[in-house]
Design a protein around this ligand. Structure first.
Ligand code: GLU
Length: 310
């Protein structure tokens, strides 16, 4: 008995485990989600031997592909992208049966920001303009493709279509290289803050019949509002539609690792919520079901059951 008791901690020390969380651009909110989770996980590293890091990535689709290949252990992904990955639709040719939900996080409205001098006040006004639809691999790119489709448009309606990543689009707008940028993102965020403080720019309402159709058809889309007063020059609420950010992993990631990550977040939930204003209203009961189409990972389920949430 003595030997077994002694050998456990020694073995555990040798078995350093690494968790890599895929995020998004550094001026988005996913980066803060990943960094916040890792900060809480790493506080327990001496006990758990789990070391967490959360590099910047191309976004939702890139994160799910990274989890599929094993390059990432976990990642943040939009609820619409999660659904399509699990069911093998859109960017995903095959259903990803190993995909597992962990929890959902903040809401992410599809956010279109336009230079004031481009005079864009509706989806229709985007016709003939220079529009950044997002880098391949990003969630905004995936959602913009859905919106274009619903409008019966292709990118041919734009005079120029760019594929800049999240970190580059604010300066492209300020430098007058594009008229509008699309970003599926929580608020407030650094990219929209940067753009609205360096150039006169307005948020564009996305609320036509095609958007109504998307919200009616798909459970993961909902109407949403970007509150007025968050960004310079944008005092009024702006209607749009959006998704939820979700935290996902693979069934191949060991139960205990996911359990420890989830435990680090929810045992320190008040601390977590203070790490970004977009997290302020999060409620655990909602986070463990809303926006999740892949089954819960066993390690997450175990923690939620222990807390009596399931
Ligand atoms: N929703 C974006 C994406 O899926 C990322 C937003 C963010 O980084 O906060 O690529």
């Amino acid at each position: 008995m003595g030997a077994a008791a002694l050998s456990t901690p020694a073995m555990a020390q040798d078995e350093q485990r690494f968790v890599t969380i895929g995020t998004g651009g550094q001026t988005g909110v996913y980066y803060v989600v990943g960094q916040s989770i890792c900060r809480l996980v790493n506080r327990n590293a001496d006990e758990t031997n789990i070391r967490c890091n959360a590099p910047s990535t191309g976004g939702s689709v890139a994160n799910i592909n990274g989890i599929k290949s094993g390059a990432l252990s976990m990642g943040v992904a939009q609820s619409d992208v999660q659904y399509r990955a699990f069911n093998g639709e859109g960017d995903f040719e095959q259903p990803m049966e190993d995909l597992r939900s962990v929890f959902s996080v903040h809401g992410e409205p599809l956010t279109v920001l336009a230079r004031k001098d481009a005079d864009i006040h509706s989806i229709e006004d985007l016709k003939g303009k220079r529009v950044n639809i997002g880098n391949p691999g990003s969630g905004q790119r995936a959602t913009m493709e859905v919106l274009l489709d619903a409008e019966g448009w292709t990118t041919d309606v734009f005079s120029l279509t760019s594929e800049l990543g999240a970190a580059e689009m604010a300066s492209a707008l300020a430098d007058n290289n594009i008229d509008a940028m699309a970003y599926v993102v929580g608020h407030p965020n650094g990219a929209i803050q940067e753009a609205t403080t360096t150039v006169d720019a307005n948020l564009v309402p996305l609320n036509d019949a095609a958007v109504d159709g998307l919200v009616e058809k798909y459970p993961y889309y909902a109407k949403s509002v970007i509150p007025g007063g968050m960004y310079k020059g944008n005092e009024k609420d702006v209607e749009t539609f959006g998704v939820k950010a979700t935290f996902v992993t693979s069934s191949k990631v060991p139960e205990d690792v996911v359990y420890q990550v989830v435990k680090a977040v929810f045992d320190n939930f008040d601390r977590f919520k203070r790490l970004h204003p977009a997290f302020a209203d999060l409620q655990p009961q909602e986070m463990i079901s809303a926006g999740l189409s892949a089954p819960l990972h066993e390690g997450a389920k175990r923690y939620y059951q222990e807390r009596g949430w399931l």
